[in-house]
Design a protein around this ligand. Structure first.
Ligand code: 13P
Length: 392
């Protein structure tokens, strides 16, 4: 199950001066293409979903597919929420399977960016999940996604970057040094001196948004100056779209399956090309060895209901538990069940999935859990057996 800790993955890339591609995907066809491309390149990767795209697809099933695919893959992979807009988005992303999240408040004044990012860090770190913040602003030029990033580029200042990281405790910082989201107009001019200065000051993995459209030597120059994650979307989307246009030209009556037939291969080829340009090709084995596996935890509570608890009361308690416990950050699934086989000691039980072992403590002390456990559950379940099982 090479779903790995994104901190370890990006620290390895940062220390070894290559960049991991964070490939934004919008459906399972892109997911398959990205994984094929990374396997051909032997590259670690980040499967990424951008909140700005959620009007086009439901992140629940797509993230479930990412988790399932990552577990089957031989590559070290992490799953990331890109451009998270709010604390609620961060919480939801973690619940749906992300083990890295971005809070993007880069369009706001410095103090407000710090305040919101700091809150996201507190929430995500309590779940064991690392956070990317952004300082400076990466605007859009044109193409698939660009209109979602209006305005002009604001370059990241090294002084502010240092203060931002110290105050927010982000694990990775997205910086603005001349790239734009979407398609580029003309030749991009990157401020590599600024990037090198930020890297010297911070010493944490840096992130580039607007990864599409640079020259191979520019990607190398970024990685040499501390960029460990490059966000990449438009080039994949354009490669996919070109095959759809070609199929439609070839046969104006083409059905959906014909139109989409070559999408996966186009995405795979572009992904492989990107991994090679980022210096990530051939790094999967060493990166995997350097990364802690990402392990979920199942919190198991077996219980016997108190004498005299009637069926309606029990059902109401279970319903409240399902509702309230699912709201605790880091909880991915709340299951309540009754025994269908085995010993009679414990006729009922909860199995609650946590994003990681860090959630054990945060959950125990969380007001929603305490209110349910002390106010409703424990009085009705005097005999209990609970344990936390880490995946192993
Ligand atoms: P491009 O679409 O320019 O590759 O940028 C992707 C990105 O930065 C997503 O966060």
């Amino acid at each position: 199950m090479p779903l790995v800790d994104m901190r370890d993955l990006l620290r390895h890339a940062h220390a070894n001066r290559y960049a991991v591609g964070a490939f934004d995907l919008v459906d399972t066809r892109m997911l398959e293409g990205i994984l094929v491309g990374c396997e051909r390149a032997g590259a670690p990767a980040i499967l990424s979903v951008a909140e700005s795209h959620f009007r086009h697809f439901d992140p629940g099933p797509v993230l479930a597919a990412c988790v399932a695919a990552a577990r089957r893959s031989p590559l070290p992979l992490a799953i990331h929420l890109d451009h998270g807009e709010s604390l609620e988005s961060i919480e939801r992303g973690i619940a749906l399977g992300c083990n890295g999240v971005m809070l993007d408040a880069s369009h706001l004044p410095f103090a407000e960016n710090v305040r919101r990012t700091r809150a996201a860090v507190e929430l995500a770190h309590a779940c064991g999940v690392p956070v990317e913040g952004e300082l400076g602003y990466v605007a859009g030029a044109e193409g698939e996604d660009a209109e979602l990033h209006p305005g002009e580029i604001v370059y990241t200042s090294p002084d502010e970057a240092e203060a931002f990281v110290a105050r927010t405790q982000v694990d990775f910082l997205a910086v603005s040094i001349g790239t734009v989201h979407g398609r580029l107009r003309g030749t991009p001019r990157l401020d590599l001196e600024r990037l090198a200065a930020i890297d010297r000051r911070l010493g944490i993995p840096l992130v580039i948004h607007g990864g599409t459209g640079l020259a191979a030597e520019q990607y190398r120059a970024l990685a040499e100056r501390g960029v460990a994650k490059i966000n990449y979307f438009t080039a994949l989307a354009d490669a996919a779209a070109r095959t759809v246009h070609a199929a439609a030209r070839e046969d104006p009556q083409a059905g959906l399956l014909r139109l989409l037939r070559d999408v996966r291969e186009a995405v795979a080829a572009e992904t492989e090309r990107a991994c090679r340009m980022f210096g990530a090709a051939g790094r999967a084995g060493e990166a995997l060895a350097a990364c802690r596996p990402w392990r979920e935890v199942e919190h198991v509570v077996l219980y016997r209901p108190r004498e005299g608890l009637d069926g309606a009361e029990l059902a109401a308690m279970v319903e409240e538990g399902r509702r309230q416990l699912a709201k605790v950050p880091g909880v991915r699934r709340v299951f309540h069940g009754r025994k269908v086989a085995g010993r009679d000691d414990w006729p009922l039980g909860w199995v609650i999935r946590f994003a990681s072992a860090a959630v054990v403590e945060a959950y125990r002390d969380h007001p929603l859990h305490l209110a349910f456990a002390d106010g409703r559950f424990r009085p009705n379940a005097p005999e209990r057996l609970s344990l936390d099982l880490e995946e192993w």
